[in-house]
Ligand binder design. Structure first.
Ligand code: GLA
Length: 663
């Protein structure tokens, strides 16, 4: 497996480091404490545009030189950022057209960050100029380990420049205006365009907007940011070929700001790597450890099953939560190890030292306001020590037992206004299935429905609204896979046009015909004759004898919908396909029907095991006990964290962890 951060020996450990917020005297303490904690890489220059380029044509690299030199002298590597996510006031004032406009036509002011229009030429040119300057200056700096472009891309803009760029993008996608009119179904409500100049971003309008328009704008906005990312990456590569390049994605939130799978096409492979940020929601509804696993599995999915890097997490509370949610003693240690268990090549945080001022002065850090004599810093040191002991894990990969299908276009389309139910969000449903599987010890990739799925024994498609055709899923099932499809899947095509005869693109494959949707009200449930219940959604659904050649069968029915089905099963080729015409309130009774084999069978819920394996056969079993009670883990080898032998009678204490190099 490729070493995604070859300049760093072993696993990566560190965080965002913003020394420009501190007097020079603090820097020496910083690096001394970093060394004490085992930090080997920090992200620098993330928001320092105003420092390196304080005015038009003015470049000041003394401070960044000093930071980079200090890191090099102390054997700490730099993940050198381009600083382009936060244009300074001078830039916005000089180029007011680069400030973003919201859907209501309001131009946002500077004063926070990410105030840019991705389509403004002045901004596009400025970021490439900065990236080139940095590439030229630091390409052979001994501290440089990798490049970090921008920060958490998500910004979209609705200004006139965006409108022009949108038209160009639409011309590339659809060709002529007739094709655009067809794709957006503009005969509805007399929306037909007769001139490209009439086409605008989906700015606020009088009533429910056109869903095709909204969907294309999402795609366009994601592509525009990807172009921006690539333009900086290419500028750097011209000066520093061969150094890994990344940016911190946010695949882990319900946010779905971008089509991360499309991004993944440009962030995997030669000298690019997938890195993601993850901030859990302490108030649930899913337990923190399962959220961690979801974030990690989604990131590994983006990396196409290979290694990836956790670029940011919180050592304790996150400022933007609107309240302080402290992590309990030991909690962030287990979370951090869990990311590594699920394939991260290290653990990074936002940020190294807690800021004294600014919007995030109450965001936690590796080094809190309380200084080194704090629970958090002690845990940081413990983790640094552990990661050093886990160096040999680098480059090993996880082999998941199942996949959950995640399609960003589906997520976007199913949240357009005018949907038949307000209680069928896609992303939270994927999380719910993921958590139910995680509690059973099943590790899942989050995979795109168009990828080769043959390596997964079971594939879940809990919410796959948008699908052009069933070809890839059919191949998977006929080849021996088990596919589980949730309700309201296969319903529309890529233009958000309803396929005739629901469940549309999946009707033939499932052998099921949905006569009508019967969405449920908030809090309402519906009983099935197998003793289970569903919520949010139900259907009048039947076996489609013609389509399935009588091979589909009803396994359970809704009580009260005579001679229809709620759970369907069909044997097809070498495989099986299941269809659920509701969202089961408890997923376990359904999961019990499947042949799901956990990594380590027989463990109680809350005891997490994930195995990482090298190509040469060496394996590491990560065992994380998130419960209070001791358990035994049936394997043999050496616990790398303690150096002690492990056997099937060894106790893993409550709230603790072991990483067993297996014999
Ligand atoms: C994101 C950003 C950081 C910081 C943290 C706080 O990860 O990239 O700059 O704002 O959130 O949670």
């Amino acid at each position: 497996m490729t070493d995604i951060v070859p300049e760093v020996e072993g696993l990566v450990f560190g965080g965002d480091y913003n020394p420009e917020q501190w007097p020079r005297s603090v820097w020496d303490e910083d690096v001394a404490l970093m060394r004490e904690a085992g930090v080997n890489m920090v992200s620098v220059n993330i928001f320092a545009w105003a420092r390196i380029n304080p005015g038009p044509g003015r470049w000041h690299f003394d401070e960044l030189d000093a930071i980079m030199d200090l890191l090099a002298e102390n054997g700490i590597k730099a993940d050198l950022a381009t600083s382009t996510a936060a244009p300074p006031p001078w830039f916005s004032q000089r180029h007011p057209e680069t400030l973003p406009v919201d859907p209501e036509g309001r131009r946002l002011n500077y004063g926070a960050r990410a105030e840019y229009c991705p389509h403004a030429p002045a901004f596009q040119e400025a970021v490439v100029a900065i990236a080139s300057k940095l590439g030229e200056r630091y390409a052979s700096h001994p501290a440089l380990a990798m490049w970090h472009i921008g920060n958490e891309y998500y910004r979209s803009c609705y200004c006139d420049l965006a409108a022009a760029a949108f038209r160009t993008w639409l011309q590339e996608r659809h060709g002529d205006l007739d094709a655009l009119n067809d794709a957006w179904g503009t005969t509805f409500w007399s929306q037909t365009f007769t001139d490209w100049e009439q086409v605008l971003p989906p700015r606020i309008s009088a009533e429910t907007p056109n869903p095709g328009h909204l969907l294309d704008f999402k795609r366009f906005s994601s592509d525009a940011l990807l172009r921006l990312f690539r333009s900086e990456a290419e500028a750097i590569e011209r000066h520093a070929p061969g150094v890994p390049i990344t940016t911190n994605l946010m695949v882990t939130g319900d946010f779905a700001a971008m089509d991360y799978h499309r991004w993944g096409e440009h962030m995997n492979g030669d000298h690019r790597l997938i890195a993601t940020d993850h901030y859990i929601l302490p108030e649930g509804p899913i337990e923190a450890e399962a959220q961690v696993a979801f974030g990690a599995d989604a990131s590994r999915g983006l990396a196409r099953g290979g290694p990836w890097l956790l670029m940011e997490q919180a050592a304790n509370s996150s400022a933007w939560r609107g309240g302080y949610f402290a992590k309990r003693p030991g909690e962030q240690l287990r979370h951090s190890l869990s990311y590594v268990a699920h394939g991260s090549e290290g653990v990074m945080y936002f940020q190294w030292r807690a800021s004294r001022y600014g919007a995030e002065r109450w965001h936690s850090a590796m080094l809190p306001h309380g200084g080194p004599e704090t629970k958090t810093f002690r845990e940081v040191k413990t983790l640094g020590g552990w990661l050093r002991k886990l160096a040999e894990v680098k480059g090993s990969v996880v082999r998941p037992q199942a996949a959950i299908l995640l399609d960003f276009e589906s997520v976007w389309a199913s949240s357009n206004p005018g949907e038949p139910s307000a209680y069928m969000p896609a992303y939270p449903e994927l999380r719910r299935w993921h958590a139910a599987l995680w509690r059973r010890g099943i590790t899942c990739d989050l995979a795109n429905p168009a990828w080769d799925l043959s390596r997964y024994p079971v594939v879940f498609a809990p919410a796959l609204y948008l699908l052009d055709d069933d070809a890839n899923l059919r191949r998977y099932v006929e080849g021996g896979g088990t596919l589980v499809v949730g309700p309201y899947s296969g319903i529309v095509d890529r233009n958000d046009h309803v396929h005739p005869g629901p469940p549309g693109a999946l009707r033939e494959l499932l052998g099921v015909r949905v006569e009508e949707f019967v969405p449920l009200r908030e809090g309402e449930t519906i009983a099935l004759d197998d003793g289970t219940e569903g919520h949010a959604w139900s259907e009048i659904a039947r076996v489609d004898a013609a389509a399935s050649g009588e091979t589909a069968e009803v396994v359970a029915s809704f009580i009260g919908y005579p001679s229809t089905g709620a759970v369907f099963h069909r044997r097809l080729g070498e495989g099986d396909v299941w269809y659920l015409a509701t969202r089961p309130t408890d997923l376990d009774p359904f999961l019990d029907r499947l042949d799901l084999v956990p990594e380590v069978p027989g463990l109680p819920t809350g005891v997490e095991t994930v195995r990482r394996a090298h190509e040469d056969g060496r394996t590491y079993l990560f065992a994380l006990n998130h419960t209070d009670k001791p358990v035994t883990i049936p394997t043999e080898g050496t616990d790398l964290l303690t150096g002690a032998d492990w056997n099937p009678r060894t106790h893993l204490h409550g709230n603790s962890a072991a990483v067993i190099r297996e014999r």
